[in-house]
Design a protein around this ligand. Structure first.
Ligand code: NI
Length: 380
C-alpha cells in the first residue's frame, strides 16, 4: 500500500512539473455566431458526423435514408435547392426522419466564379427551397465545392447562417471500389471528424451512387464496432471539448490524426492537422514544430511546417506526409507540438501554450503516437 502511495505521489509530482502553472485552454464554442465556420470539432466522446452533399437525388438518397433508418443513425444533409424543388418529398423525408438539413446553395455554382450578388441569390434561393419543402429554415450552409467566394462570410452573417466544412473526405465523387471508399474513412477517422460523402452530384438528376450507397452500411458497422457514435453536425458542436493546444498568439490546434497502422523506417505516413489559424496570420509569424519522439526521448524526427490561413473550407485541413528516417529504431513515437518564432533562438523562440495535456518547455505532449516497426515486418 505504502509503495502504491509513493508511486502515485511521484506521478502526481511529475504531472505537476510537466503541466507547469499553465491554465487550461478555452473550450471550443458550442454555439456559433452567424458567419463562423467549423470543419472539425474535438470531443472526448468518440462522436463523428456523417454529412451528405448534393441531394436529394432520387434512388441514391432514398437508399441511404433506408440504411440510416435501419441502423438508427442520424446524419446531416446539405441539399441543393434546385434538387429540392425537383424532389421535395425526399427532402421532406430527410427532415422528418430526424436528420439535420443544411443548405448547399440553389444552383451548386462555383462561388469563385460568382459575383457577391449571385452568391447571395444562390444562398437565399437554396434556403427558401429547403424551407418550402421541409418546413425547416436551414441554419447551416456548406458552399459548393468547398469554395467560399467573395462576400460569402458576410452574406452568411446577415442570413444568420453558420458554415460547415469537413475534415475527412472519401473522395466519393470519383468512382471508387466500395472497399476503398469505406477504408478511406474507417482507417483515418478520429473523434470530432466531419465526414464528407455525396448522395448526389451537383444538380444532376437520378445520378447513380452505387459505391457510396454500399459503403455507408460498411462505414457505420466498422465505426460502431470501434466505439464511435454518429451525430448531426449541430450535436457534434454541442459536445465540443477543448482544443489539443491553444497558443499565446491565438492559434489553436483542435486535434490531429496520426496513422492507425505501423510504419517502417524509410517509409512515409500521412498526418492530418486540424489548425485554427486567425485570418490575418502573417507569413513570417511563428511556425509549427512537430516532433515524433522515441520512448526514451533520445531520438526524434520532425514535421515542422508554416501556418497559413486558408479562406476556402475545402482547404482547412493541413495534410502532410512525413518520412520515418531509416535509422529510426522500432517502437512507439510520441507526438510533441508547439509553435516557434524563427527569428529568435533557443527555447525563447517557443510560444507559451495552454493545454489539458502534459507539456514540457512549451511543447505539448499529445496522447497521439506513431508506431515504427522493424524494416522486415513493414509492408506499407
Ligand atoms: Ni456539392
Amino acid at each position: 500500500m505504502k509503495h502504491c502511495v509513493r508511486i502515485l505521489t511521484t506521478f502526481a509530482a511529475a504531472g505537476l512539473i510537466l503541466a507547469g502553472c499553465s491554465r487550461a485552454p478555452q473550450p471550443c464554442k458550442r454555439i456559433l455566431e452567424p458567419g463562423e465556420t467549423v470543419y472539425f470539432i474535438p470531443n472526448e466522446k468518440k462522436m463523428v458526423a456523417l454529412t451528405f452533399d448534393d441531394g436529394p437525388n432520387g434512388t441514391a438518397t432514398r437508399k441511404i435514408l433506408d440504411v440510416l433508418k435501419d441502423r438508427r443513425v442520424r446524419a446531416t444533409f446539405f441539399l441543393v435547392g434546385m434538387n429540392v424543388q425537383r424532389d421535395p418529398l425526399t427532402a421532406k423525408r430527410i427532415a422528418d426522419e430526424g436528420h439535420l438539413v443544411g443548405n448547399h446553395a440553389f444552383s451548386h455554382a462555383r462561388f469563385d466564379l460568382s459575383s457577391p450578388l449571385q452568391i447571395e441569390r444562390d444562398i437565399r434561393d437554396g434556403a427558401e427551397a429547403i424551407e418550402q419543402a421541409t418546413g425547416v429554415r436551414p441554419r447551416w450552409f456548406r458552399p459548393p465545392f468547398g469554395i467560399n467566394g467573395t462576400g460569402m462570410t458576410e452574406i452568411c452573417r446577415s442570413y444568420g447562417t453558420v458554415v460547415a466544412g469537413w475534415s475527412l473526405d472519401a473522395n466519393d465523387w470519383n468512382p471508387h471500389p466500395v472497399e476503398d471508399l469505406a477504408a478511406a474513412i474507417v482507417d483515418s477517422v478520429v473523434p470530432g471528424d466531419i465526414i464528407l460523402l455525396h448522395d448526389g452530384a451537383a444538380t444532376g438528376v437520378d445520378i447513380e451512387r452505387p459505391a457510396t450507397v454500399s459503403a455507408v452500411p460498411v462505414i457505420i458497422s466498422a465505426l460502431e464496432k470501434a466505439g464511435f457514435a454518429f451525430v448531426t453536425v449541430d450535436e457534434l458542436l454541442l459536445n465540443a471539448g477543448s482544443p489539443a493546444a491553444e497558443f499565446a498568439n491565438g492559434v489553436r490546434l483542435l486535434g490531429l490524426q496520426t496513422p492507425s497502422r505501423p510504419v517502417g523506417p524509410g517509409r512515409s505516413f500521412g498526418v492530418r492537422y486540424f489548425w485554427d489559424i486567425p485570418a490575418e496570420y502573417p507569413k513570417d509569424a511563428p511556425r509549427a514544430f512537430v516532433h515524433f519522439v522515441s520512448a526514451d526521448g533520445e531520438f526524434f524526427f520532425q514535421d515542422d511546417h508554416p501556418l497559413t490561413p486558408r479562406s476556402d473550407v475545402r482547404d482547412l485541413v493541413t495534410r502532410n506526409v512525413v518520412r520515418v528516417p531509416r535509422r529510426a529504431a522500432p517502437g512507439q513515437y510520441g507526438v510533441q507540438v508547439g509553435l516557434f518564432n524563427e527569428k529568435r533562438a533557443g527555447l525563447g523562440a517557443r510560444l507559451k501554450v495552454f493545454s489539458n495535456h502534459p507539456q514540457r518547455k512549451n511543447a505539448v505532449l499529445l496522447p497521439d503516437s506513431v508506431t515504427v516497426v522493424s524494416p522486415s515486418s513493414s509492408t506499407n
